[in-house]
Write a protein that binds this ligand. Structure first.
Ligand code: UP5
Ligand code: MG
Length: 196
């Protein structure tokens, strides 16, 4: 693909804000491709042929960011694969970029984002959701120790990315502390305003 042929929307927000949930609904009702960086990393971690399995597992459990080269390569591969097999051009990139270096490299090497959907949610609400999900998710990071580390990384490392896009006037904020369908109505009305 050529950079101008695809639309990329970054979907950001704290751990448990509801990024995956809202992206899934957008896929069901609009022609988006949903690429969760976290899901791609978890799949890579499980691949016995991958040389990064252990590194990814450690980073996820500790709530720190996997080196950008790994994540960007996975995202690029997924974009190319989806574009070639379906011809779809609109991509929701969920949970990425969560560090400044990733944002700059991705926009330089893969594509510019059209805008950033930022899901705002109070920490106590996210904590409650993640602990609840942790009862059945099997995710190695859905426990109180990992969740606290994820919150810390979000504030220290990922918020600067959101602030960077905010200064460029590219951030669309949605309050996520509401029922799923209500959040979705707001997402859709914002997307329509952006001409999507
Ligand atoms: N839920 C959702 N919306 C709700 C609502 N409105 N009301 C009530 N409940 C709601 O939702 C979380 C839970 O809340 C679910 O049970 C849902 O039903 C409920 P979900 O939609 O899964 O939230 P999401 O924001 O996607 O939460 P997630 O846990 O996936 O966020 P993280 O950002 O922490 O996880 P991610 O998978 O993106 O990353 C995991 C790790 O991978 C990172 O910590 C990092 O170590 C690594 N990573 C990188 O290194 N680099 C990357 O670029 C990306 C990830
Ligand atoms: Mg998610």
């Amino acid at each position: 693909f050529h950079p101008g042929e695809i639309d990329v929307i970054f979907v950001l927000g704290g751990p448990g804000a509801g990024k995956g949930t809202q992206c899934q609904k957008l896929v069901d009702q609009y022609h988006f491709v949903h690429l969760s960086a976290g899901d791609l990393l978890r799949a890579e971690q499980k691949d016995p042929d991958s040389q990064y399995g252990e590194l990814i597992a450690d980073c996820i459990k500790e709530g720190i960011i996997v080196p950008q080269e790994i994540t960007i390569a996975l995202l690029r591969k997924a974009i190319v694969k989806n574009y070639n097999s379906t011809g779809k051009t609109r991509f929701l990139v969920d949970g990425f970029p969560r560090k400044m270096d990733q944002a700059l490299s991705f926009e330089d090497q893969v594509a510019q984002s059209k805008f950033v959907l930022f899901f705002e949610c109070p920490e106590d609400v996210m904590l409650e959701r993640l602990l609840q999900r942790g009862k059945t998710s099997g995710r190695s990071d859905d426990n109180i120790e990992s969740i606290k580390k994820r919150f810390r990384t979000f504030l220290e490392t990922s918020m600067p990315v959101i602030n960077y896009y905010e200064k460029k006037g590219k951030v669309v904020k949605v309050n996520c502390d509401r029922p799923v369908d209500e959040v979705f109505d707001h997402v859709v009305s914002h997307l329509e305003k952006e001409g999507i």
